[in-house]
Design a protein around this ligand. Structure first.
Ligand code: GDP
Ligand code: MG
Length: 444
């Protein structure tokens, strides 16, 4: 369902393109789709409302820059507004206090608190050169304490020795004392979680916060829980007061809605993002990337601007026509790759094409660097004209010959064909029906 967004927005764009002006009606039409997209990305209803109101007030009557269509202008406003709401500048963990600086990790069970505690401790140790002590306050599950100790060994961060029978507050105090004596810079306190927000959980976390005068209180939330994460964020912020959010499982199928909602509802910055189970799968939060994920739209405006600089209009028009008809053969791909080289490499262009984010990921996973573009073009030029027009003709023996002819490997030939198929599909999808998608954009 999420894939449909670029398409839907494209069709709205086309409508606007023909009219050529930003009236309230135009904007409302586009916003209906944006609203639907946000809801599908699991953004909380109240946030959707305030968001679309903001966009409307900016978009209606906005001056449309010459080089873009009104529709693209709307998308840019939506995008910019998303980025702003997600928090424009990068936020890091604040250690600006008398050491040892207590950092309290709170959240529901299974949200990733213990894992994130170890990840952050590792990061502060490796990147910032801090001495970190970790302590598990999870008194209900002895296995949880053990889990943190094991992670500690794994990341090379000390953990507070486990003493049975102590309360969470007692352990927290002991951790602070030990850190003071041991000359630690930071104390990371990993708390117990419950399946749902409950009073006992809140009281305990609030007590620990008070007892340690925690400098940071980080709410760890699972991005996959979407709207639920919002209730959690509101509950924890209202009761304990959080200073930031760590959003986990962004490597999963998270549509970014939780990030937008939580940020909007609490006003607290998303400080870090968990992107996997491994201890180094922790990243800074990039609002622009999440905005992209929510809109699935790519940076339309800069694509159009850069495309206009490098692609000569005639070729682009021809290409657009082919895309519209869903006829995108290997010659076209070679042509595009040539443009890619001009436009600053794969990384540059691919990220800007709507719907191509996934392919880009595949490409970077396959270790295909920008230098590959030349090899790919060599592969294509080793094919016959008929093969370039119809890659289905390529059987195993031909692929072997082509690989030899281009100084590459059969796997690379296969990868290229797969990539071409992926692109052709995306283009067919965008070219089919009313939506002109990239084709329409480039063909202007
Ligand atoms: P806690 O109950 O809040 O302490 O949660 P845990 O830290 O024990 O994590 C629960 C599960 O989620 C574990 O299997 C973790 O490996 C996994 N996990 C935590 N963070 C991430 C993440 O960012 N991505 C993925 N894919 N898994 C994660
Ligand atoms: Mg835990």
């Amino acid at each position: 369902m999420f894939e449909g967004l670029s398409e839907r927005l494209s069709s709205i764009l086309d409508g606007l393109t023909r009219r050529g002006a930003l009236t309230e009606e135009d904007v409302n039409a586009a916003l209906r789709e944006v609203r639907r997209a946000l809801l599908e990305a699991d953004v909380a209803l109240e946030v959707v409302r305030s968001f679309t109101d903001k966009v409307r007030s900016q978009a209606v009557g906005a001056n449309v820059v010459k080089s873009v269509t009104p529709g693209q202008m709307v998308v840019k406003i939506v995008n910019d507004q998303l980025v702003e709401m997600l928090g424009s500048d990068a936020q890091t963990i604040d250690l600006n206090a008398v050491p040892p600086v207590p950092i309290l990790m709170v959240g529901l069970q299974g949200s990733g608190k213990t894992t994130s505690t170890a990840k952050i401790a590792k990061r502060l140790t490796d990147k910032s050169g801090r001495r970190v002590l970790m302590a598990s306050l999870d008194t209900r599950r002895p296995a949880a304490m053990e889990q943190l100790a094991i992670l500690g060994k794994q990341v090379g961060v000390e953990t507070l020795p486990i003493v049975a029978g102590q309360s969470a507050v007692q352990i927290a105090r002991r951790a602070m004392d030990a850190a003071r004596l041991g000359g630690f810079d930071v104390v990371m306190l990993d708390t117990a979680g419950r399946v749902t927000v409950d009073e006992a959980l809140m009281t305990e976390a609030a007590e620990v916060k008070k007892a340690t005068d925690a400098h940071e209180v980080l709410l760890v939330a699972d991005a996959l829980t979407g709207q639920d994460a919002v209730h959690t964020a509101r509950a924890f912020d209202g009761r304990i007061g959080i200073t930031g959010i760590v959003l986990t499982r962004m490597d999963g199928d998270a549509r970014g809605g939780a990030a937008l909602s939580m940020r909007a509802v609490t006003g607290r910055p998303i400080k870090l993002v968990g992107t996997g189970e491994k201890v180094d799968a922790l990243e800074e939060f990039h609002p622009a990337r999440v905005a992209n994920r929510i809109l699935g739209m790519g940076d339309v405006v800069s694509l159009v601007e850069r495309a206009a600089e490098t692609i000569d209009a005639e070729k682009a028009a021809k290409m657009a026509e082919k895309m519209r008809k869903g006829k995108f053969d290997l010659d076209d791909l070679s042509e595009q790759l040539g443009q890619v080289e001009k436009m600053g490499g794969m990384g540059g262009l691919m990220g800007m094409l709507p719907g191509v984010a996934k392919m880009k990921q595949q490409i970077s996973q396959s270790g295909m660097a920008d230098g590959m573009v030349k090899r790919q073009r060599a592969i294509i030029s080793s094919m016959t004209k008929a093969e370039r027009a119809n890659p289905d003709l390529l059987k195993a023996s031909r692929k072997k010959r082509i690989a030899a002819g281009s100084g590459t490997k059969v796997e690379e030939v296969n990868k290229l064909l797969k990539m071409h198929r992926g692109m052709a599909d995306v283009m067919k999808m965008m070219g089919g029906g009313k939506a002109k998608g990239v084709g329409g954009m480039l063909g202007r």
